[in-house]
Every structure is written in C-alpha cells, then in structure tokens.
Design a binder for this molecule. Structure first.
Ligand code: ISE
Length: 335
C-alpha cells in the first residue's frame, strides 16, 4: 500500500521532510506540496517529482486525495491545521510545537478524543535519535541506577531573524522539555528561568538557562543558546546513582593537519538529527499502515505538556520566581 502524503510549508523542515519522503522512505507517495508562496510550492514539487503544488493549506489538509499530512508551516498554524486535518480523518505528523498556547493543545486533544483514535504524532524527533535511545536504555536496564540529574545544552549557530521574544523558550526549549520527559519518564513539576545579565537580554536569541524539577524531585538544567556561533551543538548528560551517560553526536571523520586534530560541527539540526528524522518518519508511516500509534513517538498529550512547560517558563522568566507547571488531567486516550 502506498500512502498519499501532503506537506504543508516548505521552510527548512518542510523541504527536509519532502526529501525524506520522496527519496528515503518506502510505502509513501508524496502527492502534494503546499506553501503560501506558489512559486516555492511549485519549485519544491518539481525538485522532488511531486504531482501537485498548491497554496491553500486548509484545502490541502482536507483533500480527499490525501491520506496523511505533514504540518511544517509557521508555529501558530500548527494547531488549527492539525484540527482541520484530523476532522477530515487524516493522519498528522505535526512539527513541534503542537501549538503556541496550551489551550490550543487541549483543543487538539478534545478533537482526537471525540474521534476516539490517535491520529497525531508530534515532530519531537529526538525520541528516535540513537544517542537518546541509548541514554534511555541505560536507565531502563538499570546500568546507571536511578536517575538523579539531567544536564542539557542546546546551541544553534545564530538565531533566525524571525526569532522574536521568548522563542528560545517556546520554539527551541520544547525539544529539551520533551527529551527530559521521555528519558526520565515523568512529568515536569516546576521551572525557573534565568538570563545572563552581562548580556543584552532584549537581543534576538539571547541565552536562557532553566532549572526544571520533576514530579519525583529530579533536577534538569537546560541551556538554550541560539547564538553560539561555533556550530550546532546539542549535548546532554544523564547522571544516575551508579554512573552517567553522555550523548555523542554522529561524527564520521576527524581531520589532522598542522599539529592538530579537528572534529566538525553540523551547521544546524538536520545533519545532527538526520537518523532521528528518518526513523521518526518511518515510525509514523508504520503507525498509519498498522493502525497502531508509535510507542516512542510523541502524542498530542506530549505536545501539550511541552507547550505548557514553555508557557510556564515564559511566566517564570517574567516573575523571576520558580513556577509550578500545572497540567490538566491526562485524557483517557493517552493513558
Ligand atoms: C528549530 O525550530 C528546531 O526545531 C531545532 O531542532 C532547534 O535546534 C532549534 O533551536 C529550533 O529553533
């Protein structure tokens, strides 16, 4: 069986998903590319041999010719397009964040719950990254004992020009929130947020440092630095009672010249998480073909939790205090 897929949005991630589905993954036909720019939609469709290019996202996500939709348009369109798509019976892979407010995330869960089946997977691809997989299994196998702390570093080369306000917390940090929930397998209960006062914190992409406390009292620290300059660098160390696990980025070579050795950094997240994206999209296709949601993949509940933590983080930055992350009761569909 070949699933017919539409991709909404042809920014960095929409284009990368188009490449993956068109060139790297079986059982799919990339059928539609949709973008507000007709020129861009046509160019990407032509690049990947996709039969249809269009500009109306709502028509694309509800189109009878489509089985499944990848939503990679701007963050504020994610929840409304996801709702329109699932109401039309489509399966959705929605790029993170699921929504820009937790209320919208709740609406997505209400629609999915009314429909009685899970149709949404969120693009928290790190869950499929082999280095996080190994970190999690060091915990579940007992190798490092009980988890105590998780240190997370998230560094981008430069923040994009549209990276306004608190997007370090609402756009970048949700990856860390989801990874922490996934690895530790518990909810985040409290958050406090700091910024280095030595820098102009009103500048786009100013760094943020967060301390999260889990429901069981474990500690997670998160550095978000969107203007790190030297490379895309995501690090994490899980500290257990008996040992620790560091993530290693996939590096395939080391260059030796002039009395020194050099390891290259990726310019952005696509090469760093290439395998994670491939495995995530493969698992999504499998979940549609088998009718069983991926057990690793992130659900609308996970998307809601990440957005709720981010919202509380923005609040904590403003208040300068430790804030409690309040969640709604987990709906039955996600238990
Ligand atoms: C971007 O939207 C992503 O999802 C990347 O994975 C992340 O590293 C980056 O900080 C975000 O802005």
């Amino acid at each position: 069986m070949s699933l017919k897929i539409a991709i909404i949005g042809t920014g960095i991630m929409g284009t990368d998903h188009a490449r993956l589905f068109a060139q790297d993954l079986p059982h799919v036909q990339l059928h539609t590319i949709c973008d507000v720019s007709e020129e861009r939609a046509k160019a990407i469709a032509e690049q990947f041999g996709v039969p249809r290019a269009m500009t109306d996202a709502y028509a694309a996500v509800t189109s009878p010719e489509i089985d499944a939709v990848v939503i990679a348009s701007p963050d504020d369109t994610h929840a409304p397009l996801t709702i329109a798509a699932i109401e039309a019976g489509k399966h959705v892979l929605c790029e993170k964040p699921l929504s820009t407010s937790s209320e919208e995330g709740i609406k997505v869960m209400e629609v999915e719950s009314r429909l009685g089946r899970r149709l949404v997977q969120i693009g928290f691809m790190r869950r499929f990254d082999p280095s996080y997989t190994e970190m999690k299994s060091a915990l579940t196998s007992g190798t490092v004992g009980q988890a105590v702390m998780l240190h997370c570093y998230h560094r981008n080369v430069t923040a994009p020009a549209n990276f306004t306000g608190q997007m370090a917390i609402s756009n970048s940090a949700p990856h860390e929130f989801d990874a922490a929930r996934f690895v530790l397998d518990e909810e985040i209960a409290e958050i406090s947020v700091y910024q280095p006062k030595s820098l102009d914190t009103t500048k786009i992409g100013a760094p943020v440092f967060m301390v999260l406390e889990t429901a069981a009292g474990r500690l997670v620290n998160v550095e978000i630095n969107n203007n790190a300059h030297y490379g895309y660098d995501v690090r994490a160390e899980l500290v257990g009672e008996l040992g620790s696990v560091f993530l290693r980025a996939p590096v395939h070579s080391e260059t030796h010249t002039g009395l020194s050795a050099k390891l290259a950094y990726a310019p952005d997240w696509r090469p760093r998480f290439a395998e994670a994206y491939r495995l995530q999209n493969k698992a999504w296709i499998q979940s549609i073909l088998t009718g069983k949601p991926s057990v690793i993949g992130s659900s609308a509940w996970d998307g809601y939790c990440a957005t709720r933590i981010a919202e509380t983080g923005v609040q904590a930055l403003a208040s300068g205090k430790r804030e409690r992350v309040t969640l709604i009761e987990k709906p039955a569909l996600y238990r």
